[in-house]
Design a protein around this ligand. Sequence first.
Ligand SMILES: Nc1ncnc2c1ncn2[C@@H]1O[C@H](COP(=O)(O)OP(=O)(O)OP(=O)(O)O)[C@@H](O)[C@H]1O
Length: 317
Amino acid sequence: MIEVEDLSRTFVVRRRTGRVRRTATEVRAVDHLSFEVERGEMVGYIGPNGAGKSTTVKMLTGILVPTSGRLSVAGVDPSRNRVDLTRRIGVVFGQRTTLWWDLPLRDSFELLRRIYRIDGTRFRQNLAEFCELLDLGDLLDTPVRQLSLGQRMRGDIAAALLHDPEILYLDEPTIGLDVVSKSRLRAFLREVNAARDVTLLLTTHDLQDIEQLCSRVMVIDHGSLVYDGSLAGLHTQGGSTRTLVVDLVDPLPDEGRIRVEGASVHKVEGPRQWLSFPTDASAAPLVAAVAASYDVADLSILEPAIEDVIAELYSRR
Ligand SMILES: Nc1ncnc2c1ncn2[C@@H]1O[C@H](COP(=O)(O)OP(=O)(O)OP(=O)(O)O)[C@@H](O)[C@H]1O
């Protein structure tokens, strides 16, 4: 559905370096990027600020022309055939609305029907389904400017899907939403993906969006991919560790530390000790080894926080 090959985009930025003098510097926003996304995939596209996410999405939607490389979205070259592509993609920006501010939601939808020339029956079916799934029924006659952020976001998502796009780009779709609205929106996106086989590319700083929606995550930094794979694989790649928390019956004398193969103690508080071990190692032999040599009252395992894993990945560059 999406093919990106050796894609780059540079910007020339002119900065004032004297009273009249200006120096031009080149910013390489996207740097020899290659990836493919299959139909129906839900892919998270993450990276620190300025990594090149928006620039990539702008090229995928045909807003920006690449400096070099090859790009194909639903079989179309976005910058050459932008109008064609527009009918096949949907875009949602968490920070901006694509709806008409002063019009009731219903009129915005009607305008979109005309712009995209959506078949009347199909339009009514889609509208009925989205109104039910997104609970929009009571809001259709409210002007967009009077909607709350969560209501507006639901309206924006319905608007982006009315013309049955094959791909949906979502840029920070849950930003600013409360916990309930976030989970409702994620449930809807899962439903749309499963029922309609819509391919989703999601840019977000909220890693829970990724954890709950995406089976694959691509991490971009300085314009190139630093990781492309499963969320679970990211833990291994990030070199993160799991933690075995051991509550001993009594503290070890002289603040002694548990000694076992394959793990090391990184914190001791009275009878409680924290042992780090690699994420790809099994905890079972470690637990057995600790239990065989020490009087253990309780044990638990802490998984690494995905935020820490990603922060570690960014900091390596
Ligand atoms: N129109 C432009 N002119 C000059 N430089 C630009 C332009 N657009 C983006 N850049 C630069 O390209 C780099 C990548 O920016 P981009 O907006 O793609 O990052 P991002 O990953 O989307 O960041 P964020 O998470 O902050 O939205 C940055 O250094 C940015 O300053």
